[in-house]
Write a protein that binds this ligand. Structure first.
Ligand code: UDX
Ligand code: ADP
Length: 466
């Protein structure tokens, strides 16, 4: 599909990268700014076809309705990246920046190859002035590299590079976009930089109160995104570390979190102990921060932040070890049902989901694994493809649990709270175990039914003599 701008529209916006960030963000901008024509392009033709279909490539509550109201009106999805660059003067870049898997910085630094390719493509196809906005989370000073590439050969136009990190969380993306805590826009403190920044402020100010739109220099903006994610993940690792101590002392981590979180200086959010955090951002962004600190010789600072990721790995391994020891030191030949494969509820995304690690470890222990999830089974099949062992996928949780020795709750989907656990119990092998990696079930009720229940950071409820 070609991306010719509509002369009647005031301004044209392009977004390169139609993923979890680019798609929903541009749909919201299109909805709030009907006089802008918004085009989203991607190299992945299948993804674009899905955005143009009734079956969108990502699941996000409220997204279908939002896209339906704006698609074809002032929101367009296309594979014509070059045409898009030519025809649009405001270009958001929202391509993926995974952790490098090879060479220098492997496992730590961001892999910038997709992003650099985009910068070169913008340069090659630009004949007029462009405002280029980093939307992907990137290492600090990436904007500088982008500026250098864009200014490496003279062409018809000049470039202004801005940083406008996206803070939406998956599962609540539409709500977060509609009512953000803040919008952050970083620019160079020059007349041109400030003027480019104002063009982006103008877009957001259509629906975001002006005092929530904050402007900074470009490096502060880039760093703030990494630091926000590092702080959020740090809270989870902190409470997860305490959950291990609670299990030894008979303290209850939910009671501790409540008492701690009621201190207004600390706050109650993001203190839910769990099997560990997942998602495409936390681990990647912290490792990015760690790499940056080491690069500048700040090894103590790097170690401090790296420990957040280490505790997350520890928590996941601890979960598996707890299953093994509780189930009489062997899982071989036992059937174990995983309730939820997405990295959190209300998304089909499984990137860095703890369920991937847990499923792999259970297979290593020669357990048979049944995966259940309302939205993430397609991704689960991809994540676990090629693994040796017995693996089964069942969307229906009752079917999934039937005949199993244990259930491991990995995702806090509401459906798992509302199941008839009497029925689940009846159809399971005995003794039946529940390992609640999200602390979402009614543990005393499950115990009453007959389950042996192992929450996170709380004493287990078992029918065995100690
Ligand atoms: C995160 C940031 O919240 C968001 O601002 C940023 O733009 C992208 O990264 P996201 O990864 O989509 O968003 O989801 P989030 O709600 O932050 O959850 C991340 C992980 O932490 C999930 O696996 C979640 O289940 C887990 N989590 C969250 C906990 O284990 N306990 C908590 O208390 C909160
Ligand atoms: P995020 O969660 O950050 O949005 P995703 O992986 O969901 O990340 O989306 C990134 C998108 O960027 C993918 O759809 C991918 O195909 C696209 N992409 C990567 N490189 C390019 C490129 N050079 N040009 C256009 N799109 C690209």
């Amino acid at each position: 599909m070609k991306t010719k701008p509509n002369a009647g529209n005031k301004k044209n916006i392009l977004c390169i990268g139609a993923g979890y960030v680019g798609g929903p963000t541009m749909a919201m901008i299109a909805a709030k700014c009907p006089d802008y024509r918004v085009t989203v392009v991607d190299i992945n033709a299948q993804r674009i076809a899905a955005w143009n279909s009734e079956d969108l490539p990502i699941y996000e509550p409220g997204l279908d309705e939002l896209v339906r109201t704006v698609r074809g009106r002032n929101l367009f999805f296309s594979t014509d990246i070059e045409g898009g660059i030519r025809d649009n003067d405001i270009i958001f870049v929202s391509v993926n920046t995974p952790t490098k898997t090879f060479g220098a910085g492997a496992g730590m630094a961001a892999d910038l190859q997709y992003w650099e390719k985009t910068a070169r493509q913008i340069l090659e196809n630009s004949v007029t002035n462009k405002i280029v906005i980093e939307k992907s989370t990137l290492p600090v000073k990436t904007a500088l590299a982008m500026e250098r590439i864009l200014n490496s050969q003279p062409n018809g136009g000049a470039f202004d590079v801005l940083s406008n990190p996206e803070f939406l969380a998956e599962g609540s993306a539409i709500r977060d976009l509609e009512n953000p805590d803040r919008v952050l826009i970083g620019a160079r403190e020059t007349e041109r930089g400030r003027s480019a920044r104002n063009s982006i402020v103008e877009i957001y100010s259509r629906w975001v109160p002006r005092d929530r739109i904050i402007t900074t220099n470009i490096w502060s903006s880039e760093l703030s995104k990494l630091v926000s994610n590092a702080f959020l993940a740090q809270r989870i690792s902190s409470i997860n570390a305490i959950s291990a101590l609670c299990e030894k002392t008979e303290a209850d981590v939910a009671e501790v979190a409540r008492a701690v979180g009621m201190d207004s200086r600390i706050g109650a959010k993001f203190l839910n102990a769990s099997v560990g955090f997942g998602g495409s951002c936390f681990k990647k962004d912290i490792l990015n921060l760690v790499y940056l600190c080491r690069f500048y010789g700040l090894d103590d600072v790097a170690d401090y932040w790296e420990s957040v990721v280490k505790i997350n790995a520890y928590q996941q391994e601890r979960f598996v070890m707890n299953m093994i020891t509780s189930m009489f030191n062997t899982l071989a030949g036992k059937r174990i049902c995983i309730f939820g494969f997405a990295f959190k509820a209300n998304t089909g995304d499984t990137r860095e989901s703890p369920a991937i690690f847990i499923a792999k470890r259970l297979l290593e222990e020669q357990a048979e694994v049944v995966i259940s999830d309302p939205k993430a089974l397609d991704n689960a099949r991809i994540d676990l493809s090629g693994l040796a062992g017995v693996l089964d996928y069942r969307e229906d949780p009752y079917e999934a649990a039937a005949g199993c020795h244990a259930i491991a709750v990995m995702t806090e989907w509401d459906i798992y709270r509302a199941l008839d656990y009497e029925r689940v119990y009846r159809e399971m092998a005995k003794p039946a175990f529940i390992f609640d990696g999200r602390n979402i079930l009614d543990h005393s009720e499950c115990f009453r039914i007959g389950f042996n229940v192992y929450p996170i950071g709380k004493p287990p409820l078992t029918h065995f003599d100690s």
